[in-house]
Design a binder for this molecule. Structure first.
Ligand code: 2PG
Ligand code: MG
Length: 418
């Protein structure tokens, strides 16, 4: 009953309106679908996203060849295998592809199938998806790293830093975490409007006002936190994703202003804003190969969460290197950076074993698929980064976490941040 009889795929669209892959896995009894997300500020070492670059009808963005590979080669290969054996299925696809970065089949094809298999296995066992990961048997809820101002590659406003986020550290429950974020966002919206700026939003639902300095954005956030009745750095913490790959040229960075400055000067800039704005978490402060710079920052910060995203690309080898180099103390987890559910879980397990915090993340091009909400709970990840309280593809993940909290009832607990 649990054997795969067919895998089907179709081209659907993501939140930026770009084509993406949806896979549907069938057994005789049931079926499940999953949609692959897509990034804009991607790391060089990410698994390969297959697009039909020569197909002018879709401006080179279609994923029809990935869809076709699922319908033919992948479907044929997986036929007859049990959906309950995730590792086996993922290994079959990894071997069928045969390359390190999944260039032949495309990580978008492989991941959509891998996630659909995971969903179908849970469904057939009559289990909620979050209970099928078996890493976290206590099922704690993650703290949201909620995006509230967009810049960098996710907006057209000229802000250097890509994501300005808040984390409701004071919250004792997930619904309370959402209420705190809701209040800060509503107050921020009013502050932005009062300044005659636009409250339209960027790719991840955060506001994208035409302000050009990081500090102007940070001042607005501090004020919004205060106006909501919370204490910055205590009740609510400010967190950043610099996405420094995008701000790096000839060993210099243009993080703090348009000017390119040295690593040392950039670190001074970070230390200044960490202190002034009580910033608790910084993601990708430096570029993906600048291991030394990461280590320098780690040595000079104490209670700051330093998160590797483009640095690790959810890749075990790179994570091991970063651990030995003391590059960070947390890792951002994105399924499509590596391309299968099993490999993602291996990375999470290693990270947690060496004391890293794991943060499950969406992509800037995402969909109505809420897989990552369940994965955050199921893998004992203490934070989730999935955009703002705007755009349904972002809000869908938060709503799923609200449902999970309700289902857990009295047993529901927040995970630990510190
Ligand atoms: C990031 C992500 C998600 P993208 O840099 O962390 O916020 O962006 O999906 O564009 O890589
Ligand atoms: Mg990032």
């Amino acid at each position: 009953m649990s054997k795969i009889i067919q895998v089907k795929a179709r081209q659907v669209y993501d939140s930026r309106g770009n084509p993406t892959v949806e896979a549907e896995v069938y057994t005789t009894k049931s079926s499940a679908t999953a949609i692959c997300p897509s990034g804009a500020s991607t790391g060089t070492f990410e698994a390969y996203e297959k697009r039909d670059k020569k197909n002018k009808r879709y401006l080179g963005k279609s994923v029809l060849s990935a869809v076709n590979l699922i319908n033919t080669k992948i479907s044929k290969k997986l036929k007859g295998h049990s959906v309950h054996n995730q590792e086996r299925i993922d290994t079959l696809m990894i071997n069928l592809d045969g390359t390190k970065q999944k260039i032949n089949l495309g990580a978008n094809a492989i991941l959509a199938v891998s996630m659909a298999v995971k969903k179908l296995s849970a469904k057939l066992k009559n289990k909620p998806l979050y209970k099928s990961f078996l890493i976290n048997k206590n099922f704690q809820l993650p703290y949201p790293l909620m995006n509230i101002i967009n810049g960098g590659a996710h907006a057209d406003n000229g802000l250097r830093i890509q994501e300005f986020m808040i984390r409701p550290d004071k919250a004792k429950s997930f619904s309370e975490a959402m209420r705190i974020c809701f209040l800060v966002i509503k107050n921020l919206s009013k502050l932005i409007k009062d300044r005659g700026l636009s409250t339209s939003v960027g790719d991840e639902g955060g506001f994208a006002p035409m302000i050009s300095s990081n500090e102007q954005a940070l001042d607005l956030i501090v004020l919004a936190i205060k106006k909501s009745g919370f204490v910055n750095g205590k009740d609510v913490s400010i967190c950043l994703d610099v996405a420094a790959n995008e701000l790096f040229k000839k060993n210099k960075y243009s993080i703090h202003s348009k000017n390119y400055i040295s690593v040392e000067q950039s670190i001074s800039g970070f230390l200044r804003i960490i202190k002034k704005y009580k910033i608790k978490s910084i993601e990708d402060p430096f570029a993906e190969n600048d291991w030394q710079a990461w280590n320098k920052l780690m040595k000079l910060t104490k209670n700051t969460q330093i998160v590797g995203d483009d640095l690790y690309v959810t890749n075990l080898e790179r994570l091991k290197k970063g651990f030995l180099n003391i590059s960070s103390n947390a890792i951002l987890i994105k399924l499509n950076q590596i391309g299968t559910v099993s490999e993602t879980i291996d990375v999470i397990k290693f990270a947690q074993a060496v004391g890293f915090k794991t943060i499950i993340s969406h992509r800037s091009g995402d969909s109505e698929d809420t897989f990552i909400a369940d994965m955050a709970v199921g893998t004992n990840s203490n934070q989730i980064k999935t955009g703002s309280l705007a755009r349904s593809e972002r809000v869908a993940k938060y709503n799923q976490l609200i449902r999970i909290e309700e289902e857990l009832g009295k047993k529901a607990r927040m995970n630990k941040i510190y």
